[in-house]
Design a protein around this ligand. Structure first.
Ligand code: NAD
Length: 350
């Protein structure tokens, strides 16, 4: 594998994945609308930036590509509920389109970064495996499931297709997300000595460091096809399966000060405890980071002023802000410009 096309490359995962791929000697074509800014990916001689919408990405971008990692998405439940049709369009339609185009153009491998959120609500504390029934509750989760269902059948001898159902991620990225559980909890504890916790705290959720998911994707690029082709892998770790109240306690313990819980929201109906045996048994892969390590990493970055909670670190708030300014600017736009206008010159002196 030499040349990798990454969609959603300017996002939270992409901003960790792309530099890692470049470090490993790959060439990368990074495709994104760059809703969170283009400047987050540093220039590199082996990096080609393509600012484009994946729903209309031209087939020629797949020429000479060895593998695709299709990160693109409206990437969380609240944004998915606000933009339901768009979420299906991007997270389902565009990813199936990309996988088909990739296959047609002779790309050998395609990785779909899906989500454990497709397990939705599991009535028992049994760890759900890749073979168990899914129960997607949200538009975001349903779109992921549809993408999996339409993409995996494309797998054949010439085209390796593999799904990674990622746990909820945490950790540092240049496109930072404080709307992810661990990251948001650490920020609250650091800023106000209060950990935000969605009611009622008993819900199960698996957690995984962003560097771990990036390592797994790199492994999948090089792994023997027969081990992964047409397969789904849950990505996370047994020790990363948390009830959120216990996660909050663990994060509070990493702080020297007394930290309180700040409850918010209605009781969360999503709850799933996940088995990560398959990825360990078949690929020998295990997550290296713990939530406590990740909390410390973010705490130190906040202390060093390397991370800030700007509006664009909360995905939903940022998309709403972009929509607001898009409307405002459209109303002010004259002849495609804010200040310059085409005018009929009238001499001021007669
Ligand atoms: N972060 C997590 O906890 C987590 C967990 C499980 C799965 N995932 C999945 O991993 C992937 C990456 O997530 P993330 O956290 O990096 O999300 P993100 O929101 O940070 O990144 C998504 C990127 O896609 C881009 N984008 C959106 N629509 C586009 C379009 N139509 N055309 C081109 N670019 C477009 C955005 O500009 C953004 O840079 C997503 O598929 C997400 O569902 C993430």
């Amino acid at each position: 594998m030499k040349h990798i096309l990454v969609t959603g490359a300017g996002g939270y995962v992409g901003c960790v994945l792309v530099p890692e791929l470049l470090n490993k000697g790959y060439s990368v074509t990074a495709v994104d609308r760059f809703f969170f800014g283009k400047e987050k990916l540093d220039a590199h001689e082996n990096l080609q930036i393509v600012q484009e919408d994946t729903r209309r990405l031209s087939a020629h971008y797949f020429e000479g590509i060895d593998a695709v990692i299709d990160l693109v998405a409206i990437s969380n439940d609240p944004s998915g509920e606000l933009f339901q049709d768009i979420t299906y369009d991007i997270n389902h339609y565009s990813r199936v389109r990309t996988a088909r185009l990739a296959k047609e153009r002779g790309v050998k491998r395609y990785i779909l970064p899906s989500s454990c959120s497709i397990y939705g609500f599991q009535g028992s504390t049994k760890r759900v495996t890749e073979e168990d029934s899914t129960n997607p509750l949200t538009t975001y989760a349903k779109a992921n499931e549809r993408a999996e269902q339409d993409i995996l059948p494309l797998a054949d001898e010439a085209f390796t297709a593999v799904v990674v159902r990622q746990a909820t991620l945490y950790g540092k990225s240049k496109r930072m997300r404080f709307d992810l559980a661990v990251n948001g909890m650490v920020y609250g504890a650091w800023k106000n000595n209060k950990i935000p916790l969605m009611r009622d705290g008993t819900q199960w959720r698996p957690m995984l460091h962003v560097q771990d998911t990036v390592d797994l994707m790199c492994l999948l690029l090089e792994e023997d096809s027969h081990k992964i082709n047409g397969e789904i892998f849950n990505a996370g770790s047994e020790s990363g399966n948390y009830q959120l109240e216990r996660l909050a306690d663990e994060i509070a313990d990493t702080f020297p000060e007394d930290i309180d819980i700040q409850w918010y929201g209605h009781p969360d109906h999503r709850s799933y405890r996940v088995s990560f045996e398959k990825v360990k048994t078949i690929l020998g892969w295990e997550a290296k980071w713990t939530a406590a390590d990740g909390a410390m990493e973010i705490y130190q970055a906040l202390q060093a002023n390397e991370l800030r909670k700007d509006l664009d670190t909360i995905t939903l708030d940022w998309y709403k802000e972009l929509m607001k300014w898009h409307d405002i600017l459209r109303g002010m736009d004259w002849d495609g410009s804010l200040f310059d206008i085409e005018k009929e010159e009238v001499p001021l002196k007669i």
